[in-house]
Each structure stands twice: as C-alpha cells, then as structure tokens.
Design a protein around this ligand. Sequence first.
Ligand code: BG6
Length: 487
Amino acid sequence: MSFDLVLFGGTGDLAWRKLMPALFQSFRHGTLPPGGRIIGVGRDDLSDDQYRELIQARFDAVEGAKRPSPEEFKAFASLLYFLRMDLSQPPDYARLAAMLNARNAESVVMYLATAPALFTNVVEQVAAAGLNGPRTRMVLEKPLGHDLASNRAINQAVAKVLDENQVFRIDHYLGKPSVQNLFAMRFGNALFEPIWRREYIANIQITIAEDLGVEKRGAFYDQTGAMRDMVQNHALQLVCAIAMEPPINSHADAIRDEKLKVLRSLKRWNEETLGLHTVRGQYVAGTAYGERVPGYLDEPGVDPDSRTETFVALRTEVENWRWAGVPFYIRTGKRLSSRDARIEVNFKPTPHAIYQTPTGAFNKLVINLQPRDGLELHLMAQAQGSRKRAGSAQQLAPVQLDLDFDKRFGTERVGAYERLLLDVLDGRLNLFVRSDEQEAAWRWVEPILDFWKQDPRPPRPYAAGTWGPSASSAMIARDAFYWSEEA
Ligand code: BG6
C-alpha cells in the first residue's frame, strides 16, 4: 500500500533518535510497505539532499550492526524528502497539500513530533488545507497537553476534523516487546489468571529508572517534569496492562475499554494520601559511570531555581473487586543508579511456614522491560542436594526461572517505535491510547501536580547515581514492604 509519512518535527530530537532509526530498520528488514515517501517537515531551509545528508551523519555516528552500509543508506535515502514549513502559515499547508495530492498515496500519515503547544494549530491548518480526508491518519506524540484542560483542548480540536479511529496517540511503552508479552502472558495462558488478584498478590511495583540526566532536553524537561513525562503516560499504561480485566476480544476498543476502567478505578487523592503517598525528588551532583556529573539545577536550559521533579515515587490502589487493598507502587526518575525498567508482582507469603525461609527476593514474578527483556519467576527451592548448602536441610534458597526474550527470540527483534510505526501504516489501533484514557490519566495526575505547586517544600534532593530520595523507601516501608534492591 503506498503511503506518505509526513514528519512534523522532522529535524527534531525524536526524529533523529527514534523515528528515523526505526523507519530505517523496518526498511532494511523489508517490513516497511513499499511505495512510501517519508517527508520531514521543519523550519530550516534544506534541500532533500541536505536533509538526507543530515540523517546520514546521524546514522554514521551509530556503532555496530544497526549502522547502515552505504548501499543500504542510498536505497533508504531515496524515500526521504524535506519540506520547509512555518507551521503558523496557511500557505505552507497549501504547499504540503499540493505535494501530497500530486501523488495521491493510499494513506497519508501525519506524525506530530513537534512541541505540543503547536498541535491544535497544526491540526486545524491540516484540515483547512483539506488534508483530513479518510486516507489520513494522525499520530500524536506525548506529552499531549500539560494538564487535563490542555489535553482536552487538543482532543477536541482533533475530534472536530478526524474520526477517533484516524488518531494514533502514541505511548512507546506499549510498543515494547515485554509489554506485548505481558498481554500474551496474561491473556494467552490460563495459568496466572486465578492468582492474579488481591487474595494472592501482596503488592505491585513498577520501576522505570534511567541513569541518564536530562541531556540536551533541559529546557523542555524543566517545563515538564517526571510526572508529566513518565507517570501520566508510560507508568499508568503499565498499571493498566497489569490490572486490566481480560478484554472480550483483541480489538482496539475492547482493550482500551478495559484500560479505561483501570484508570477510572485508581484511588482518588485526598490531602492525607497526597502528602504520604507521593514523593518528588530532584537530583543533585553525584557519580554516574564512575564520573562526577552535575546536578539538575546546573544542567543547560534548566532554571537555577527550578522546582521541577526529576523523580517521582507514589503509591496507589485500583479500587475494584480484583485489586482492592493491593498497593501499586510506581517510581521513575532521571540519574538513578541504573537504566532499569521492570514490573514486579510480589505474591503473598505461604499461609503457614514449615521451612525456614530467608527474607528477601522470592515469591515474585518480574517482568523486565529493559535493558534486558523477559520474565523471571522467583521461587523457593530446597538446596539440600547442593554441597555448598549441606547442613542446612530445612533451609530453602531462592532460585529463578528465567525467560530471556533476547536469548529465546533473538536480539534482532522489532523495537517499540518500529512496531508502532508499522501499526500506524497498517491502521492497527490496539497499541494506541484513546482520548478518554488519556483524559482519565490526566484527571488522576492533576491533583498531585496541583498539590506540589502549592507545597512550600521543594523536591527532595537525591544524589545522581542513587535510587532517589530516602522518602521513597520510607513511603513503601510504611506498608512493611521494600523496593527490590533493598531486599
Ligand atoms: C520518553 C521521555 O517518553 O521516554 C524521556 O520523554 C525518557 O524523558 C524516555 O527518557 C524513556 O524511554 P525508554 O524507551 O528509553 O525507556
């Protein structure tokens, strides 16, 4: 099927880091539908060839197997075009329309990877130029708005000119192979379903830790913060994937209906829970990779008096029959100890102990999202047969069943952006977020942001290279649980 993919923000960070590499990989592996054009849109005055050279320079900096050979790049470059546009100028949309109409591809994908403040205007202008017909699909990158009101305004502007099934709100965590496998594990096997509930599960912990700081995105990040950047979208989508009921089928709306119910069931905040169950932090100078790294306030583009959070930990509950009373802990942050994203499902202990069991990490299922992805089931085993353990007959030891997806399915698997871009080109909405889901997530997040705004206390400092402020451990310890690295 022929397509035109228009990349608004075609010279932006996301295009360089994620979108172009993803498009190249799917081109290389023959999964990108043939007959496509990729049209980067930006304000710079670039010819098609200059745009191709810029992309080539980025690709040349890539190490290893992902780097294209000159022949491969030449073939890929023939799909690439550049259109200079000032997104506030209607005549520029007319030029875009002329370019697209001259070819009349079967589908036109508009990917909005620009600042969200421009979204409403772009959507309106695209429609004014007559580019909102049935062959159009619009991809909206996060963050979609800054709060509930701005999110709604964008969704309403979009709904005026496009059907909901033409809108692909991207959350790249849903494209991660382990998240797909979480759905497969839960809904493709009967094994876990009976124990996937409050009677057997003590708590759920979701950790999305990054070791990097804000890098070159200080100015953007300072207006955003970890709550808007990671919790409102990625972390809450992971909560949905864990907590949702089995959908009635695998169609997009059946899945999204169930996720929406989870978001609506998240425990509402009150003054006590806001103070006790949310922690915000900000990194100060510390050591990462054995080197001193600056604190957040010294990062380029960041206001030296900024109160933006680079770390969040919180506790919530999903208030329904399956989950009532089970704490869901979420934590995410920049400049943490390692790059590590995982979900841990901690099961309740045996009701009556006949063995001596060490305390610590066992009796749990870990869904590793990165850097490795796979499943680990931590169990107790009798280590009696082992010479090392002779003499400790009644002592159990933790062991682990390990399904490493890279080893099992090969490392050359489809990355999140690649997968999601192919889904857009195929018109598959399963892994995209519906407007009502997004609004429900904002509705839940907003009171926390409001609370922090009026809170006279600044975010809690934590040294770069650690696991965040100690208040995060105190928060979970109040329930007599601990984060796994503290076991
Ligand atoms: C993005 C955030 O959505 O996700 C970034 O804006 C963050 O701040 C990134 O670094 C993390 O993605 P991943 O796939 O590297 O975990």
